[in-house]
Design a protein around this ligand. Structure first.
Ligand code: GCU
Length: 438
């Protein structure tokens, strides 16, 4: 859908395909006293009112029911694993010198393995594909990994000239991107979000892919990316058809399909992680695909970890208006009607149970509603406890820089909306604690 947005004295006029709609300018609420009174749907009561008192009823009745509610009303329904998926390992170097040895760096980390793999989603060279970039410590055994999508292309995660420069569509506002294509000047531009040396030194690999390989992040009526390749062009788009978040999450599962075949990776210890819109994506991927042993949401906000019913910062209406391609069409029915949603985001976290999940907020990231992010993690606790874990160890939001490391983990750090070194350090601590012994 083409859109023209004009500002007229505080009123936004959005010219869509068919009609004019005047929307008042959005003013986010940042006042806790103005958060509306709300009641959350109980994750441990079925749609027909039956209490869920044992793990089996959760597993066989309530969990499938909640998954279905999120598919129908929030993210939309994605296809399964494509029949003709192929993997092409086009780069393998077991002696990449990313981190020259220093007095303080543990021996063996100077040389790491870099691997790059093209996942062909239709099995055809001219069909859509995802390039995975992997850095693995050389430990002589399969290693646990963090899997995450990136915003600016694989070549942006570090200056290693061996990384293939992305050829996918990219936002021109990113450093070194010209006419929506990456140039050599964009190498390493997102390196601050990828402290590779620290992560690899602690025994974990990093696997990443550019999210735009899966679906370019703009509203094109679902013609490009995997929607164009897998949807029926002749049929009208159902209101529960997959949006972009569902597509990116589906792409993470295809990356997992590859990781299961890679003998250098311990595929039973893959933590899926994401920042911001890709944090929403990581949660939805981890909720659906139980091969992910751990799930981490970094500053994911509205449509991610934050409770929709709090209407603090970004709201359902605002996200649907600005990013009409992210969720399924049905989600728009809940614009300004959050209380009618049959789910809230604590139920998304509960779908991950009993696997460890970590939610992280940043103090200045009020748009993402840090308290709402904490509360949905907190309200997933009864499900985690029903399944025999320690759930979330605290009932009140912790102070800045006081991470909670129970099976539901949480921290809020000072600073802005970002994926920072502090966040990564806590995720590695969390993985040491919860993935280490598998
Ligand atoms: C916008 C959007 C958020 C999103 C963020 C991001 O701020 O409103 O929902 O999380 O972009 O992905 O960076």
């Amino acid at each position: 859908m083409r859109r023209i947005v004009a500002w007229l004295g505080g009123v936004v006029l959005v010219v869509g395909q068919a009609a004019w709609a005047a929307q008042p300018e959005f003013k986010p609420n940042y006042d806790e006293s103005k958060v509306p009174a709300y009641e959350l749907p109980d994750p441990l009561v079925t749609r027909d009112g039956r209490p869920v008192a044992d793990a089996r009823t959760w597993r066989e009745v309530r969990r499938p029911e909640i998954l279905e509610l999120f598919r129908t009303h929030v993210y939309g329904r994605a296809p399964g694993r494509p029949a003709k998926l192929t993997f092409d390992v086009f780069d393998l170097d077991r002696a990449v010198e990313l981190f020259p040895a220093t007095a303080t760096r543990p021996a063996g980390i100077a040389h790491v393995t870099r691997k790059q793999v093209t996942i062909r989603l239709t099995g055809q060279a001219d069909g859509p594909s995802i390039d995975l970039l992997m850095y693995l410590p050389n430990l002589g055994r399969p290693v646990p990994v963090f899997l995450l999508l990136n915003f600016a292309g694989n070549h942006a995660v570090c200056t290693d000239p061996g990384i293939r420069l992305s050829r996918s569509w990219m936002r021109s506002s990113y450093p070194g991107v010209v006419d929506n294509r990456a140039t050599e000047a964009s190498r390493g531009s997102a390196a601050s979000r990828f402290p590779l040396d620290q992560i690899l030194a602690r025994g974990y690999g990093v696997v990443t892919a550019y999210y735009g390989d899966i679906d370019p992040d703009f509203d094109d009526g679902f013609k490009n990316g995997v929607h164009g390749a897998f949807d029926r062009p002749d049929a009208p788009r159902p209101p529960d058809a997959w949006g972009s978040i569902a597509a990116w999450a589906w792409g993470l599962s295809r990356a997992m399909d590859y990781l299961e075949t890679d003998p250098d990776v311990d595929s039973r210890r893959v933590a899926v992680l994401g920042h911001s819109r890709l944090g929403k994506t990581a949660l939805w991927a981890g909720a659906q695909d139980e091969r992910f042993a751990m799930v981490i949401s970094n500053n994911s906000g509205c449509g991610g970890a934050a409770l929709s019913r709090r209407c603090f910062g970004e709201t359902v209406t605002r996200i649907n208006q600005h990013f009409p391609h992210w969720f399924c069409e049905n989600f728009k029915r809940y614009n300004d009607r959050e209380s009618e949603l049959p789910v809230d985001q604590h139920m998304l976290i509960a779908l991950i149970a009993p696997r460890p999940v970590y939610v992280a907020s940043a103090e200045e990231d009020r748009w993402a509603d840090p308290k709402g992010e904490f509360l949905s993690a907190r309200h997933a606790d009864p499900v985690y406890r029903l399944l025999g874990t320690d759930g979330m160890a605290v009932s009140d939001m912790p102070e800045l820089g006081q991470p909670v490391m129970s099976t539901i983990g949480y921290h809020i750090r000072p600073g802005k909306h970002d994926l920072a070194l502090y966040d990564w350090q806590r995720y590695v601590d969390f993985a040491d604690k919860h993935l280490g012994k598998r």
